[in-house]
Design a protein around this ligand. Sequence first.
Ligand code: SF4
Ligand code: SF4
Length: 715
Amino acid sequence: MALRIALGLAMTAVGFAVAGHRLWWLYRLARRGQPAPERIEAVRSGIGERITAQLAEVFGQRKLLKWSLPGLAHFFVFWAFVILLTVYIEAYGALFDHDFHIPLIGTWPVLGFAQDFIAVAAFCGLVAFGAIRIRTSPKRLDRGSRFYRSHLGGAWLILFMIFNVFWTMFLFRGSAINTGAFPYRTGAFVSEGAAAALAPLGEGVNGALETAGLLAHLAVMLTFLVIIAYSKHLHIFLAPLNVLFSRRPDGLGPLLPMRSNGKVIDFEDADPDEDVFGRSKVEDFTWKGLLDFATCTECGRCQSQCPAWNTGKPLNPKLVITDLRDHALAKAPYILASSDEEREKLPDEVKAEAERPLVGDEAAGGVIHPDVLWSCTTCGACVEQCPVDIEHVDHILDMRRYQVLIESSFPSEANTLLKNLENKANPWGLNAEARLDWTEGLDFEVPVVDEKVPDDVEYLFWVGCAGALEDRAKKTTRAIAELLHLAGVKFAVLGPMEGCTGDPARRIGNEFLFQMLAQQNVETLNEAFGDRPAKKIVAMCPHCFNTLSREYPQIGGDYDVVHHTQLLSQLVAEGRLTPVTPIEESITYHDPCYLGRHNKVYTPPREILANVPGMQAREMHRCRDRGFCCGAGGARMWMEERIGKRVNAERVDEALALDPDLVSTACPFCLVMLGDAIAEKKQSGDAKESLEIVDVAQLLVRSVRQQEQPAERSS
Ligand code: SF4
Ligand code: SF4
């Protein structure tokens, strides 16, 4: 017994010391990141929501279960880690007291059953993981595999270690039953089977096997602990922490304001020498950013949904995270060195790593290639899929911010966009007066706000730059106005007083220009609404909808904003709009990323379509939260797409597979991008001439109008 105690304690001391050393080193590294006081504050003030998130994402494995077989396998392995902690408590207790059981619950047969059951279920999970890995292994260099460039060797070692946990557990428990030291009389069905198999060996051998099984079980756990601390499987410890400190409800929707040393940057007193503008080196990320990098499991779920990666671009969200992690770890001795003298003594490879620019091409040895950075459409598919709540979009945008604000380095064609936004407050550089051109020819008057929103007006209609100035999008604007008029909704527009919300400036990384545009709009809106209790806005564009509702509160603009599909669907439900004219056509709906994934508005546009008589709607293979981007977001609308297949062409191919008569959407940018791709497909003979792209509002107005009125068609 004394030897057993001594060996058990010695192993434990060594295991914890080696793992603890590494964890302390990682903690010190994370502390070198920028502070993120808002994350701590969010946990403090929203502890209930955080607990719910832990229950759903960590304990319920919500996101992983969307991937049926691997998700279920992971679910069982995760719960084995939780439930088998009780077996380790029993094992440590048995080191000192042969007849130990956990107080209160330690002889309850349900616990004995749960321990054995979860071990068997997790073993089946291991077999499934092994099969998935064998099946994908030969393809691992293929960019179509979600394990492309993932570290699969380590994964096999982890599976082997988990297997070792199980057999040592049953050896220890089976022999303990035979020596009369097992706490459960019934329930532990696998342990009882092991006991039956070992019983013929006699009590003496079973006693020796019990000690050997116990020590082996502890040794496996301690070795496992060390392996986890030194490998990418750190996510086993870090995932709950990362979920705890993640943005709620997710890292989508609004972008975070730019912070330096934990404080939001005020551009009026910012000091480029003191303040950190975006990210120019890995230690400029906050500790939460560094935690994100260390938490990545390399599962590749993000990459499998990324429109850039799926169309042959160099951007792979998994590799962005793992490349940043590998760089942070390789540069860590330099970051942690306390003096220049200490840094001088570091090995050459560490010094070389420290000199790599964060963003740079092959010649510059950059960690992230500029083509990677500028390929992102900020569609959020990666963030939506990530099972450990990594916030890829924030990191990509923070790197863009440094490139744009400090280096003035971005795709040259975006120059025109930024100049037009700065000088004319719209991407096309048109005069403000042109913002009312879309009203020409309407058979009712559209009220224009003159300083104050009139008292009888319920909604301010935020038309947006595309809705006001882009010819195809203007048809949607007219349809919405007509529908609101028919439903008797009192609305008004800002006309020339409206300016770009700043979304494209913010997504390209020009936070300064975003602030300028946004502050101007917030001043106009606050003045227009005055002290009205209800400040209702209906936005035509999902990008405007996202910015007005979720980003303007960051700068003092609090409004009650709905997207046009939400309001129109409500008007149909209330009977204020009645679609009567049948549209006997087949249709497929494309989810705009900033309406769907970023703001979870999936149902209202579909409800509108469902209410149009005669319409036969079919879903594309990738829809709702797995919808595929049109290629316009992240200011990509104003950049050339030189690498790989065009994202809009890929999306239209997916729609064409259903052979629809109509493709519908609810965003002016999607309308333009998909419209361009359809026009090309028609030219090449790959799409029928009659195929049309329309906003759901255009369809609704066609159906609501009396049959004798001419329908306005888009081509
Ligand atoms: S936001 Fe979209 S385009 Fe950007 S990395 Fe994520 S999935 Fe890819
Ligand atoms: S970032 Fe998230 S989804 Fe992507 S590989 Fe890592 S853990 Fe998986």
